[in-house]
Design a protein around this ligand. Structure first.
Ligand SMILES: NC(=O)c1ccc[n+]([C@@H]2O[C@H](COP(=O)([O-])OP(=O)(O)OC[C@H]3O[C@@H](n4cnc5c(N)ncnc54)[C@H](OP(=O)(O)O)[C@@H]3O)[C@@H](O)[C@H]2O)c1
Length: 309
């Protein structure tokens, strides 16, 4: 039996409920994981907010893509995973639960050096940031602007850009600037005249832009920075990307799935060896997922939110 958070209707966080569910024994290629920490991401809220439609047949909506925990059971063909292993789970859906049934290939060993919380929050934002850099072709010596640099995806994108030997210009509110400097970014204030502020810190120009904000204002500013369209990537403004000829990542796309799958062990390895730091913010009991989702929508919060079963 598991305790699982689902959305029983479309709406605000008040539609979230904790339900009891049977967990079937793991079949071939499956493992059962007792979760220690669960990562919270904006998509979890968008799934029931109506942002992706309000199909009654999709209710109740299972939430949560990622977490970390201890293997409770293994099905056939899941070597080398063993009962008792500490793992990171990239579940795809349904991770808001104290016990999760997952595909064995969605599970990676959790390094001892990573906390449960940071391990639970690495792969969704990290995979997105990694794909953004791959699509934008970021290499050593580039100058890269990251819009929303202090957010979950942004702070990992900053670190990956710096890790590739490129210059990261992080666009973020002043409250985040000292933090961004500690990551090796050059912080810049958002708003009108952004291009002039960026020219001051990057007089030789900008090679690529990663957008995690997606407003028309931010997209217009991103397009005006001088990077080629095929080196501008958004995680959110899909309609603008289609209209203006730049890249949008994520969604059901084989290339995206492959890049993120390949990224997962690399990201875990980097995090294990100090090359990537997942900033963890507020922790909530699993049963308080609605409160976590209210907090998710507050401005200026920093650090990934975590649910603890
Ligand atoms: N396509 C995909 O595969 C994929 C994957 C992951 C995420 N996403 C999407 O990408 C977006 C970002 O995700 P996230 O997890 O990084 O969210 P997040 O943690 O909320 O980060 C967004 C950041 O943008 C900042 N921001 C807002 N307006 C800004 C502006 N005008 N200029 C500069 N910064 C600004 C916010 O700062 P304040 O809070 O201080 O305002 C916040 O730090 C979300 O819409 C999410 O759904 C897409």
């Amino acid at each position: 039996m598991s305790r699982t958070v689902v959305a029983t209707a479309y709406g605000g966080p008040e539609v979230l409920e904790v339900i009891d569910q049977d967990v079937p024994p793991p079949g071939p290629g499956e493992v059962v994981v007792e979760m220690r920490a669960i990562g919270v991401n904006p998509i979890d809220y968008k799934l029931y907010s109506g942002a992706f439609g309000t199909d009654p047949a999709a209710l109740p909506v299972r939430l949560g893509t990622e977490g970390a925990g201890v293997v409770l059971g293994v099905g056939a063909g899941t070597d080398p995973i063993r009962v008792g292993d500490e793992v990171i789970v990239y579940a795809g859906e349904g991770a808001y639960s104290d016990v999760v049934l997952a595909e064995a290939d969605a599970v990676l060993p959790k390094p001892d050096s990573m906390s449960w919380e940071s391990a639970a929050c690495l792969l969704s934002s990290g995979g997105t940031a990694y794909e953004a850099l791959e699509v934008a072709g970021v290499v050593e010596g580039d100058t890269v602007v990251i819009q929303g640099a202090a957010g979950g995806v942004g702070e990992l994108a900053v670190q990956l850009v710096v890790g590739r030997g490129a210059v990261a210009i992080g666009v973020a509110w002043p409250v985040h600037h000292d933090f961004l400097r500690t990551l090796g970014a050059v912080p810049v204030l958002p708003g009108p005249d952004l291009a002039a502020r960026i020219r001051e810190v990057a007089p030789d120009g900008v090679d690529a832009v990663v957008d995690t904000v997606g407003t028309d204002e931010v997209i217009d500013q991103s397009l005006a920075l001088g990077a080629e369209r095929d080196r501008i990537v958004t995680t959110i403004a899909f309609a603008r990307a289609a209209r203006d000829g730049f890249a949008a990542i994520g969604g059901p796309n084989e290339d995206s799935a492959r890049i993120r799958r390949e990224a997962r062990p690399l990201l875990v390895d980097m995090a294990a060896h100090g090359g990537l730091d997942v900033v963890v913010g507020t922790r909530f009991p699993l049963a308080d997922a609605a409160e976590a989702h209210r907090t998710l929508q507050q401005p200026h919060a920093r650090g990934k939110l975590v649910l603890l079963p």
